[in-house]
Design a protein around this ligand. Structure first.
Ligand SMILES: O=C(O)CCC(=O)C(=O)O
Ligand SMILES: [Fe+2]
Length: 287
């Protein structure tokens, strides 16, 4: 909750929220920017994961927590069973094949079109220095914010018993911002690079799906951490959330091509509708 000491959201500036001493993102020509990018690129090459701890300052975290608390009631909750490959499976495959192995998901998501223009999470996503930083880290040429009116930016809201099954992403990378860890569970767990573009490694994936935790890395999603994650070949999940505070994570989407959008089916599944609302209000009505 916002306290009387918390400035009104429209008064909060990104330059006060982001730790610019540690992450000097305002000027890519500074050597400080270059060293952040160099370290991040070596992490990306190594494990496919870049952690930028303390990306938000404590005051920035506090303001972002209040913003997420205001957004969270708009989350659309969906639950069901999915495979690690997030697609309609080929039922002619043998029993026990990883592509026919199901896992439970139960997650809430606030889509981009429900975020007021003054939402801090929205403003951070639309803040050009952040896009430039992610573009520099990924080093894949121009990077565009995703054009999908739902999926460009999500607040993932996970309460008790929510979880996300082991899966591979269908995009090359995702950028997430840890806003609030759950009191219990809700860990981001990863089998880094368990498959490659050339080799599905079905035996290892089958083992992992049946509970083998060899090689699992648990990413400490401490509030204020920005994570750049290549999820296409790293099997990952969010473990079940226990009782207490919900888990709040911002999911910031980009693409190397402009104007890309998600499918109608995905919209319907994840957000419960396929037609976006028009321009969001500046802020939520008070009272
Ligand atoms: O909530 C997270 O930390 C990541 C979620 C995830 O893996 C996904 O949305 O594909
Ligand atoms: Fe994922």
């Amino acid at each position: 909750m916002a306290t009387p000491d918390t400035p009104a959201v429209d008064m909060v500036d990104m330059v006060d929220m982001v730790d610019l001493d540690r992450y000097p993102v305002l000027d890519p020509s500074l050597s400080g920017f270059e060293s952040v990018v160099a370290l991040a690129r070596s992490q990306l090459t190594g494990t496919g994961m870049v952690e930028l701890p303390g990306f938000l300052r404590p005051a920035g975290i506090e303001a972002m927590v209040a913003d997420a608390d205001a957004l969270a009631p708009r989350a659309h909750h969906s639950a069901g069973e999915g495979t690690a490959y997030l697609e309609y499976p080929d039922f002619s495959l043998a029993d026990g094949h990883p592509r026919l192995t199901w896992g439970r998901y139960a997650v809430g998501a606030v889509p981009y079109d429900l975020m007021p223009q003054l939402s801090l999470l929205r403003r951070l996503y639309e803040w050009e220095p952040l896009r430039v930083l992610v573009e520099a880290i990924l080093d894949r040429g121009s990077l565009y914010r995703y054009s999908d009116p739902f999926g460009a930016l999500n607040l993932a809201v996970m309460h008790e018993d929510d979880e996300l099954q082991w899966h591979f992403d269908q995009t090359d990378f995702v950028v997430s911002l840890a806003i609030q860890t759950a009191d219990d569970g809700g860990y981001f767990e990863v089998h880094p690079r368990i498959r490659t573009a050339q080799d599905e490694h079905y035996d290892e994936v089958a083992e992992a799906l049946s509970g083998n935790r060899d090689g699992v890395v648990t990413v400490p999603m401490v509030a204020g951490t920005l994570l750049v994650f290549e999820g296409r070949n790293s099997l990952h999940r969010v473990s079940p959330v226990g009782s207490g505070s919900p888990r709040h994570v911002g999911l910031l989407a980009y693409d190397t091509a402009p104007d890309t959008v998600g499918s109608t089916l995905l919209r319907q599944d994840r957000y419960g509708r396929s037609e976006p609302f028009g321009s969001p209000p500046e802020d939520w009505p008070v009272g």
